[in-house]
Write a protein that binds this ligand. Sequence first.
Ligand code: ADP
Length: 208
Amino acid sequence: MLIVGLTGGIGAGKSTVADLLAGHGAAVVDVDALGREILAPGGPAVSGVLDRFGAELAASDGGIDRPALARIVFNDADELAALNEISHPAVNQLLDERIEAIAAAADAEVVVLDMAVLVESTLGRETRFPYEVVVTVEAPPDVRLERLAERGMTEADARARLGSQATDDQRRDAADFVIANGGVPDELAEVTSQLWDALQRLADERAT
Ligand code: ADP
């Protein structure tokens, strides 16, 4: 089994690549969704977040009021670090459980961890199944802003999110494969198919 960390700046096309890889047979774990799951009612990070950030962050359903939490940590490195200390181990533990289940089912040779914050975090690294290969998806900032606008995000919000993330250079430094997605969807499908072939070769090497 080969564990792949898949990242990319918001709007670059990371989730689209994850879907394409799933179509080829990869098992995809949405790590960003795990980040929401740990803050949902009964989630493993709920009490830690309430202790650290205050009981007023409790949502009426018993989970965490994520927009309110986001306002606290956005553009505040200390508060963000405090949150990450609570959330990242919780996400990594869920990741372990998910990957273990995929391994037990033995139904995928390639496991893709779809994660926005790869270089910014220990997610997918401080686990029992750390990713072994990194793929980053890139597109020019103006193209990304346009796609985010089509998805209904305001320009100010999109620019703020782009600015708060790691840079393409940082992601590229960490990457084994760089997928350029400045073109049309058919081109992306083609390069992702080539990526899939390369990942399968690596997985086969592992297996032998
Ligand atoms: P990310 O996960 O990196 O934020 P997504 O994969 O969700 O990005 O893509 C952002 C938006 O752009 C989506 O609506 C997606 O359908 C669209 N998109 C992705 N790749 C292309 C492309 N090559 N051409 C046009 N639209 C694209």
